[in-house]
Design a protein around this ligand. Structure first.
Ligand code: C6P
Length: 417
C-alpha cells in the first residue's frame, strides 16, 4: 500500500499549487514520502523572499542601529524603521511609536504582564483570562498576580469550544484590571468574538490585551477597529523568521507603564544615581534588536499582502472544510473544537489510541502534525484527554495532502487497534 502512495504522490502535479514553489523546504522527502507540512500553527514555513532578505541583510547591511553615524548603521536603522511602519500599516496602528518589537508573542505578553502589572496591579485585583489560553497567556499573569497579590478569574468555553460570552459581564467587576484573551485558540481553532469582548470590557473601563499569535496570518487585524489596548503576535507564525514579534499597545497605556528590561536604547539619560527613560517605542526595546529578523518580518508582510489576506483566508477555509468533512466521516475519529467560527486548525483524538502513538506512525508517512497538549494543559484537563493530534493548514497545503493524512490515520488504526 505504501509504495502505491509514493507513486501517486510523486507524480501528483496538484501538489504544486498556490505559491508552493515559493517555499523550498516543502520540496523534500521525509521518510521516503514527499513532505506534508501540517504544523503551521507551531510555525509556518518561510518563502524564498524572506530567506533572501535575511541572507542579504547579513551579506550587505549588518550593523547596529540607532547608534552609529556610519553609512551601514544609518541604512540599517532606516530599514528597521521602515519595517516598523510596515507593521503599523498591516495592523492599522495609529502610530509607529505604538509598535514595539519583541522576540515573539511570549515575550510580548510577559512584557505587558510585568510592566502593566507593576503599575496597575494591586492586592485584591483581578485579571480575567479564558479557559482556552496558551500557557504563554496564563503563566505571565500568574507570575504578575503572585507578585502583586492579585488573582486570576476565568471565562469558560462550552463543549464545541466556544467561549461562554454570556458569562463575561458577571465575571468582570471593579477589581478587574485587565482582560487577556486569545483571538484564536491554537488547539481548538476557535475564532473568539474579541470585538464584542473588548466592547463589554471597555463599558466597564477595563483594558483588553489580545494574544493574536494564531490570528495574525489568517485574519485581517485592525487594532483601531477592534479598539484593543494591546495586541501581541509572533513573526514566525506568519512566514517571517523566528526571533521577531510585536507588541502593539495604545500609547496612553505604554506611557504610564513601567519599563520591562533596562539597558541600552531604552534610556534618555543615565547617571550613576538615576535614569530617565526614552520615549516610545524605544522605552520598551532595551538592547540590540534582531534587525535581520525584523527586515524578514517586513518581507513576510509584503509577501502576504501580495497574495492578499482574503485570498489566503479563502484557501485555508477550503482546506478546513475538506479536512473537517473527511475526518468527520471516519470511524473512531473525534474532532476537538467544532465552534462555528474557526481558522484552519483541526485537532482530533482517535478512539483507544494515544495521540503520540498515532503521531509516530503519521510521521513515518512523511506527515508533520503536532501531538500533545499544545501548551494548553487546562483545555486537556477540562476535556479529560491526554492530548490531541493537530493538523494546522497554510495556503500552500492541498486537499491531496489532507487525503494522505486520512490514509495515514487509517494505517495507524489498522496497526494500533
Ligand atoms: N503556539 C503551537 O504549536 P511564541 O512561542 O512566543 O511564538 O508563541 C506563543 C503562543 C502564544 N499564544 C498562542 C495562542 C500560541 O499558539 C502560541 C504558540 C505554538 O500552538 C507553539 S506551543
Amino acid at each position: 500500500m505504501e509504495a502505491a502512495y509514493k507513486v501517486a504522490f510523486l507524480s501528483n502535479t496538484k501538489l504544486r499549487l498556490m505559491h508552493r514553489d515559493d517555499f523550498p523546504i516543502l520540496n523534500q522527502q521525509v521518510n521516503g514520502y514527499p513532505l506534508v507540512y501540517f504544523d503551521n500553527a507551531a510555525t509556518t514555513q518561510k518563502p524564498q523572499i524572506v530567506i533572501d532578505t535575511l541572507a542579504n541583510y547579513y551579506q550587505t547591511l549588518n550593523s547596529n542601529i540607532h547608534r552609529g553615524v556610519h553609512y551601514l548603521s544609518q541604512k540599517a536603522t532606516d530599514e528597521f524603521e521602515i519595517a516598523r511602519r510596515t507593521v503599523q500599516k498591516f495592523i492599522n496602528a495609529p502610530s509607529p511609536q505604538e509598535v514595539i518589537f519583541t522576540r515573539g508573542t511570549t515575550e510580548s505578553i510577559n512584557l505587558i504582564a510585568h510592566s502593566f502589572g507593576k503599575t496597575f496591579l494591586h492586592e485584591g485585583d483581578e485579571v480575567l483570562i479564558s479557559e482556552m489560553e496558551h500557557h504563554s497567556n496564563i503563566v505571565p499573569w500568574q507570575l504578575a498576580c503572585e507578585e502583586h497579590g492579585a488573582k486570576i478569574t476565568v471565562l469558560p468555553f462550552d463543549e464545541t469550544g466556544t467561549l461562554k460570552i454570556d458569562l463575561l459581564e458577571s465575571l468582570l467587576n471593579n477589581r478587574t484590571r485587565i482582560v487577556a484573551i486569545n483571538h484564536v485558540s491554537n488547539t481548538l481553532g476557535t475564532i473568539n468574538p474579541i470585538k464584542e469582548i473588548i466592547h463589554i470590557a471597555h463599558a466597564k473601563g477595563i483594558p483588553v490585551m489580545i494574544d493574536g499569535a494564531q490570528a495574525i496570518s489568517h485574519l485581517r487585524v485592525d487594532v483601531q477597529d477592534l479598539d484593543c489596548d494591546f495586541y501581541c503576535f509572533s513573526g514566525h507564525k506568519m512566514y517571517a523568521p523566528m526571533g521577531i514579534g510585536v507588541m502593539y499597545g495604545k500609547a496612553e497605556w505604554l506611557n504610564r507603564m513601567a519599563p520591562y528590561q533596562g539597558g541600552g536604547e531604552m534610556i534618555k539619560t543615565v547617571t550613576l544615581e538615576k535614569t530617565t527613560y526614552n520615549e516610545l517605542p524605544f522605552k520598551f526595546e532595551a538592547g540590540t534588536p534582531s534587525v535581520g529578523d525584523t527586515l524578514g518580518l517586513k518581507a513576510a508582510i509584503d509577501y502576504m499582502n501580495t497574495i492578499g489576506l482574503e485570498t489566503i483566508a479563502r484557501r485555508e477555509n477550503e482546506l478546513l472544510a475538506h479536512a473537517t468533512q473527511r475526518l468527520t466521516a471516519m470511524d473512531g475519529v473525534k474532532i476537538i473544537g467544532t465552534a462555528e467560527q474557526k481558522t484552519a486548525v483541526v485537532s482530533f483524538v482517535l478512539k483507544d489510541i494515544h495521540p503520540y502513538d498515532a503521531g509516530f506512525i503519521i510521521d513515518k508517512m512523511g506527515i508533520a502534525v503536532r501531538t500533545g497538549h499544545h501548551c494548553t494543559q487546562p483545555i486537556m484537563d477540562k476535556l479529560g484527554i491526554p492530548g490531541t493530534i493537530r493538523a494546522s493548514f497554510a495556503f500552500y497545503n492541498t486537499e491531496e495532502e489532507i487525503n494522505r493524512l486520512v490514509e495515514a490515520i487509517l494505517k495507524a488504526q489498522s496497526m494500533l487497534l
